[in-house]
Design a protein around this ligand. Structure first.
Ligand SMILES: [Zn+2]
Length: 140
């Protein structure tokens, strides 16, 4: 197995190193991952809270991806992914894909059965799903 350099979260996790640079890298990684999870949960709460408006915007004449695109989401997610030092991953594409998993298009993929559940329950389920997704995708 490849030996990771000091000052990386990989060395902290896989090499179990606790030197100052490795602890710092781990702290930066953990903070970015927490922020990404929290950002997604807040975004989901907002979307579900406004789901009728959001779906109406998506169902209209606009092509799906443009419906409720928020460039801020992508830029913010891209920034946080960069902070996590995930290795050779294509962070631009990953940020775009995670944005799509979070933003307006998500609502189109939800069954009407799910959407008839009360908003807090839907938000909680989707929020847990987002956390799970981030933890798996952003594994060190
Ligand atoms: Zn170290």
């Amino acid at each position: 197995m490849k030996e990771h350099e000091h000052g990386t979260n990989q060395r902290y996790n896989l090499g179990c190193c606790r030197c100052t640079p490795c602890r710092h890298a781990h702290a930066v990684y953990s903070a970015a991952r927490r922020r990404l999870i929290a950002y997604g949960r807040a975004r989901i709460d907002f979307l579900i809270g406004h789901r009728d408006i959001a779906r109406a915007a998506l169902d209209g004449s606009q092509p799906v991806p443009a419906g409720s695109q928020t460039p801020m989401s992508r830029a913010h997610i891209r920034f946080l992914l960069g902070q996590m030092s995930l290795g050779a991953a294509d962070l631009d594409v990953l940020a775009t894909q995670l944005t799509a998993a979070l933003d307006g298009p998500l609502l189109l993929y939800l069954s009407s059965a799910i959407l008839t559940e009360a908003a807090p329950q839907v938000s909680e389920r989707l929020g847990r799903g987002w956390e799970d997704l981030v933890q798996r995708v952003c594994r060190p």
